[in-house]
Ligand binder design. Structure first.
Ligand SMILES: Nc1ncnc2c1ncn2[C@@H]1O[C@H](COP(=O)(O)OP(=O)(O)OP(=O)(O)O)[C@@H](O)[C@H]1O
Ligand SMILES: [Mg+2]
Length: 374
């Protein structure tokens, strides 16, 4: 098809021949476009799009330029900046009449997983805090739905086996079905999910001893038929005990996100949680401050980030709609996408995805394959 189209001017008579050559002389070439795009920086990786191998499917025909930019995450926060810069760079080339940019994404796997057992996801991210009731589950649920809305393949694992809340927050009642010896995950709001809430009754008290807990969490990993996931978000139980240890060891985390409240009193527990992950050599992606505003104040999250030398990801305002959404099974990023809380949660999701991309990219480029040494 393409060849016939390209040949069309040649076949249409003498007049068109001259036109063809004249145009051809002035027309922009694929090489020129690539040179143009080599001046456009990926704003987070600080390299150009061509070096990063992000430009695909380039076609140039009579000044009409089309190409695809392959992002390292579909939830890329600075996509607009890249689009503007790429468009400007190509439009500045002589002979360009139009620029058509398409988007694709290929999530880079966490390189810490190399040599480990196969994981259900390219990146497993824990949402944690040493403290209870700070909004871990709320952040986990909204972040995972926001990533799904951006087009990522995502899963949510409720590792809070003491008090699983995510089925309610995601609006799911589900009794696991088996297929090929594995339990099928539930699906809601574009997210695959599994929770201990699916296998125990609501009113049943759950008392776990260390080895049982270890076994249960590992089963979530091995015995659930997860799809091919870009990100698996793990909602952690409160505290710094066995669950944190097991998840850190079994899942080879791409990183942990620490949720804290704005007030001083929440900081010590959150910090304990953060240091716990550090001890297990889990990268800390950053701190999220939840319930910011007049009631609880603001600033504690940023302070914790500064004290511990980790990034501050963002703050989420206290908003009754967040709680209503949680109780009603409709996360606020779905029920009120234009609210300040939803926008903050989407920005947090994008920031987490971007940080994981940058981390994986840097690790990948520092890795020297063993065969090349000596
Ligand atoms: N930004 C917010 N605005 C208003 N309500 C919120 C906000 N974040 C969380 N909540 C509400 O606060 C309560 C506690 O949140 P959540 O269950 O997410 O905390 P958690 O840290 O996971 O708790 P646990 O330690 O028990 O697992 C829930 O009722 C939730 O809806
Ligand atoms: Mg919770």
């Amino acid at each position: 098809m393409g060849r016939t189209d390209e040949c069309a001017p040649l076949l249409s008579g003498k007049g068109r021949w001259t036109m063809f050559f004249k145009k051809d002389k002035e027309a922009v070439t694929p090489e020129q476009v690539m040179h143009g795009l080599a001046t456009v920086q990926e704003p987070e990786l600080h390299r150009d799009l061509v070096t990063l191998n992000m430009v695909k499917d380039l076609t140039v025909k009579d000044g009409a330029v089309a190409f695809t930019i392959v992002l390292t995450t579909p939830a890329c926060p600075l996509r607009n900046v890249m689009e503007k810069d790429a468009r400007a760079a190509v439009n500045a080339l002589p002979g360009v009449k139009s620029v058509d940019i398409k988007w694709d994404a290929k999530v880079v796997p966490n390189s810490r997983m190399m040599g480990q057992l196969p994981m259900p996801a390219r990146n497993v991210i824990a949402i944690a805090s040493g403290k209870g009731g700070v909004g871990k589950s709320t952040v986990a649920v909204n972040v995972v739905v926001a990533l799904a809305q951006a087009g990522a393949a995502v899963g949510l694992l409720d590792a809070d086996i003491y008090g699983p809340n995510t089925p309610m927050m995601m609006g799911i009642k589900y009794k696991p079905v088996q297929f090929n010896g594995k339990m099928m995950p539930a699906r809601a709001h574009g997210v695959e999910m599994f929770s201990m809430g699916f296998v125990v009754r609501d009113e049943q008290p759950i008392i776990w001893r260390g080895p049982m807990l270890d076994k249960a969490i590992r089963q979530f990993l091995n015995d659930v038929a997860w799809g091919d996931l870009d990100y698996l978000i793990v909602d952690m139980p409160p505290g710094t005990g066995d669950a944190q240890l097991t998840v850190s060891q079994a899942f080879t985390l791409a990183g942990a996100v620490i949720v804290t409240l704005p007030q001083e009193v929440s900081q010590a527990d959150a910090r304990r949680g953060l240091e716990g992950f550090r001890q297990m050599e889990v990268p800390i992606l950053g701190v999220v401050e939840n319930m910011s505003g007049e009631v609880f104040g603001r600033g504690g999250g940023r302070k914790l980030a500064e004290l511990t030398g980790v990034p501050f990801i963002g703050e989420i305002p206290l908003d009754p709609q967040v709680r209503v959404g949680g109780d009603g099974g409709l996360p606020v990023v779905v029920s009120h996408p234009d609210s300040a809380a939803a926008k903050a949660l989407v920005a947090v999701a994008q920031d987490i995805a971007a940080r994981v991309s940058v981390q994986n990219f840097l690790n990948q480029n520092n890795v020297i394959p063993i065969t090349e040494i000596g």
